[in-house]
Structures are given as C-alpha cells and as structure tokens.
Write a protein that binds this ligand. Structure first.
Ligand SMILES: Cc1cc2nc3c(=O)[nH]c(=O)nc-3n(C[C@H](O)[C@H](O)[C@H](O)COP(=O)(O)OP(=O)(O)OC[C@H]3O[C@@H](n4cnc5c(N)ncnc54)[C@H](O)[C@@H]3O)c2cc1C
Length: 426
C-alpha cells in the first residue's frame, strides 16, 4: 500500500480488492463520524448501519492501512494476560464483563464472515499456544486451567500431539484453543468495509482527519477536501493514531512486529506443517508466531521493524527460525516481508476514553485486535444507539495518560528485538 511493499506484504498480494471508495469532498451531515477504517471503526459502522443510523467512516489512507491489514490473522478469544489478571486489574464487575465478551468473540468474527460471505481464508481449526520451555509449559498449563474453569474448550497437547498438529518438534507442549481460528486479515477488513457499505454506511479513504471541533450540538471533522458534521465522533485509530490526536498517541508505547512469508511449499512439505490449519505462536519472551496461507506459504513473525539494520537482521532470523522449527522445509525462498506496529500498555489492556460529550475512543489493543476490535465495535454501536449505557460497557472510562519514558521504551523494543534476533555467537 502507498507503494510500500513492506507495509502489507503477502496480504496485499492475495486479498480481494477493496470496495470502491472516494476521498471526502464537500460538507456532509451524519449521525456518527468514525475516524479509522480498521476492524474497530468498520464494525462500529456495520452495526450502526444495521440499526438504521447514518455512519460515515473517514480513513487517512486505505481500508485496512493500519494494523488490521498487516496482522498475523490469529482470531483469538483471549488477551495476552491470564483470565485471572483481568479480574485483578479491572475488578470483578468489569473483569467478568470482559471475560463474557471475549470468550466467544471469535464466534462473532466467524458469524460476520458467514453472514456476509466474506472470502478471507477462514480456518476454524483453533490456535495453538506452544510452550517453548519449562516456564512456558507451566504458563500454558495455568492458562488452560483458568479457561477450563470457565468451561472454555481448551486442552493441553503433549509433545507428540503438539508435533503432530504443528509439524515441529521444538515444543514440549501446546495449548489448543478450539474457539479460535485464522483469517487473511486484509481480506477480512476489506470485506467488513464492503458489508458496512452494503448495510448503508459510507467509507471515505485518502482523507486524513486534520481537525475536530464542536459546532453547536454537532462534532465537525475536517479533512483537506471536506467535512463531516455528526452528533457522535468515534476515534478508532489505535496505534496508527496521527498527530492530530496527541493524547492518544502519547499513551501508546509502540512495539513493531514483522512477518516473513515463503514461496508456496510443495504439497508433501505443506502436509507436514500445521496440517489441520491451526495458527500458532510460542511462549518465548520475544515470541514467534507461525501459520500458513491458502496457497501453502509458511508465514513466520516476531517482534521487530523491517527498517535500517533491522531489515537484514530480522529477515535472516526468519530463515534460521524456519530451519529450526521446520527442518523438513530445507532452504526456501522468502517471497514476502512486511511489518506494522502494535500499541502496548503496562497492564496489556485496551483503553476506553470519552474525551468530551458524544466523543468516544477505543485504543491500545496490545496486539489482540481482530476478535476484540470486532466485538468492541459492536458494543460501541450498541452504546451510541442507546441500547447500552456507558456504565454498562466492558471497560471503565479512563482519561488518556501519557506513557512514561515512551520514546526510550519504543527504542529499547526495536533495538532489543534486533539484538535478540542476531545470529548466536559460536
Ligand atoms: C504485525 C501485526 C500482527 C498482529 N497480529 C494479530 C493477530 O494475529 N491477532 C489479533 O487479534 N491482532 C493482531 N494484531 C493487532 C491488530 O491488528 C490490531 O489490534 C487491530 O488492527 C486494531 O484495530 P483498529 O481498527 O482499532 O485499528 P487499526 O487497524 O490500526 O486502524 C486504524 C486506522 O486509523 C487510521 N487513521 C489514523 N489517524 C487517522 C486520521 N487522522 N484520519 C483518518 N484516519 C486515521 C489509520 O490509517 C488506520 O487505518 C497485529 C498487529 C500487527 C501490527
């Protein structure tokens, strides 16, 4: 996208085209103006349109330009944190609401895909969180115990079962979550846009919102080409928040994440790697995620930015990591590489802000935005349409707070990933 082959890589090559959209011109009036065409903004628009409300999405670049079009495509039910940590951090009321909302969130994604017939390489096989070492095995065992206590269909796989399902002998155990699945993420977000438009929403692209101001009882959102005036303004710009929302950018600590993708593997080799279509990632401190696509490419990802020295370091790490996890692949050409950014918080939980009356922002998904962004979009639409009070939402409203030492921490993550991915010294 935007002539950058490292922005969306493989996903841009294989996603169906986005629905036709235009730049915002002239002056429009709508019920709700939504900034950002990722999972959150487009799901909010879809559910609003289904409720008969006029929703206008304004996107700075293209549909799925932000993290949505770059992600690994693992549709997970949980967050990075343990279920118990949700209650510890949010208290029993919001902790329970979160768990209830998230536990079935992949099903909501699958229902949207089925209902609107979205071609996005959906696999409902589940995901596998691979224990990388003794500590990782203990971590997934505790995770499984907590989810099983909540009646979630998760199970621990032993080394043989993990090898059979992943095709790798590197892991002594795995946590199989049958609620989860995988998608082609750019195809999904483009499909969401098509579904929202078909339901009556309007989506403008190449239209960065440059100012937002109150005008009487309405919000006025201005771009270079035009304006939208609306009773409600939704800011769903997450980690790709531009400078016009300095508070939202200031609270984000950005972690870069990249992928490499091989050429399509031979039928005999691809039959040995994630043969049932699971997506997977491991418990290492700098984790590895891996999955395949419909054409049989192997995709491997981790923390790191593909720029400067990082490009070669992470690409070479990708080659070594593929050899270490899947020696059966042998030497293989890497056909694609791309990267994006995720926004982290200390407690690994998103934030819900209400900066002013009838303005709402949902941000900082901590690398888990597909299923959460989808169900949170629905909940925002329910709130705006009057079905759900603000104090009945899944998160308490909080003020935007600057992340301490943000720039230093961001530099540390980018450099630290390069150091972690350097070849081992012999
Ligand atoms: C490499 C990578 C891998 C990931 N893997 C996974 C995964 O496997 N599973 C998972 O659940 N999550 C994953 N994530 C996280 C997930 O992609 C995000 O949490 C999710 O995309 C957030 O969705 P969103 O709609 O809130 O924001 P985004 O998708 O980031 O969309 C925000 C949009 O706002 C637009 N915008 C910003 N400022 C303006 C403005 N001023 N005017 C107009 N538009 C504006 C941006 O251009 C952007 O398109 C991954 C993320 C990355 C980067």
């Amino acid at each position: 996208m935007l002539n950058d082959r490292r922005s969306h890589g493989l996903w841009e090559r294989t996603a169906p085209p986005a629905p036709a959209t235009e730049r915002l011109t002239g002056d429009l009036v709508a019920d709700v103006a939504i900034v950002g065409a990722g999972y959150t903004g487009l799901c909010t628009a879809l559910y609003l349109a289904e409720r008969g409300l006029g929703a206008v999405v304004i996107e700075a670049a293209e549909i799925g330009f932000g993290a949505a079009g770059r992600s690994t495509g693992l549709v997970n039910a949980g967050l990075w944190v343990m279920p118990s940590a949700l209650k510890e951090t949010l208290g029993p009321l919001y902790g329970d609401r979160w768990l209830n909302l998230l536990r079935d969130s992949p099903r909501t994604v699958f229902e949207i895909i089925d209902k609107h017939n979205l071609p996005c390489e959906l696999k409902r096989a589940g995901t596998i969180h691979c224990g990388a070492d003794k500590k990782g095995v203990a971590e997934i065992a505790e995770r499984a115990r907590q989810w099983q206590a909540l009646d979630a269909p998760v199970q621990i796989l032993d080394a043989n079962e993990t090898r059979a399902k992943t095709g790798s002998s590197a892991f002594p155990a795995g946590l199989l979550d049958l609620r989860a699945g995988t998608i082609q993420p750019l195809a999904y977000v483009r499909g969401l846009a098509g579904a929202a438009i078909a339901a009556g929403a309007t989506v403008f692209t190449a239209s960065p919102v440059e100012h937002i101001a109150r005008e009487g009882r309405l919000w006025r959102l201005g771009t270079q080409g035009g304006t939208v005036r609306a009773k409600w303004a939704v800011l769903s710009t997450d980690t790709y928040t531009s400078r016009i929302f300095p508070d939202l950018r200031g609270e984000q600590v950005v972690l870069p994440v990249f992928h490499v993708g091989t050429v399509p593997l031979s039928h005999s080799i691809r039959a040995t790697i994630l043969p049932e279509g699971h997506g997977a990632w491991d418990t290492r401190t700098v984790p590895t995620a891996f999955r395949t696509d419909d054409a049989g490419r192997l995709i491997v990802g981790s923390v790191g930015a593909l720029r400067g020295a990082g490009t070669v370091i992470h690409r070479n790490w990708g080659r070594r990591r593929i050899r270490a996890l899947f020696p059966q692949v042998g030497e293989v050409e890497l056909e694609h590489e791309w990267y994006g950014r995720i926004g982290m918080t200390n407690d690994h939980l998103p934030r819900l802000h209400v900066p002013a009356e009838n303005m709402i922002a949902l941000t900082r998904f901590n690398g888990r935005g597909i299923a959460p962004g989808t169900v949170f979009g629905r909940e925002l639409a329910r709130h705006i349409s009057g079905e759900l009070r603000l104090d009945g939402m899944f998160l308490p409203v909080s003020p935007a707070q600057s992340a301490p030492f943000r720039a230093i921490r961001e530099g540390y993550y980018e450099l630290g990933a390069q150091i972690a991915h350097l070849p081992p010294v012999r």
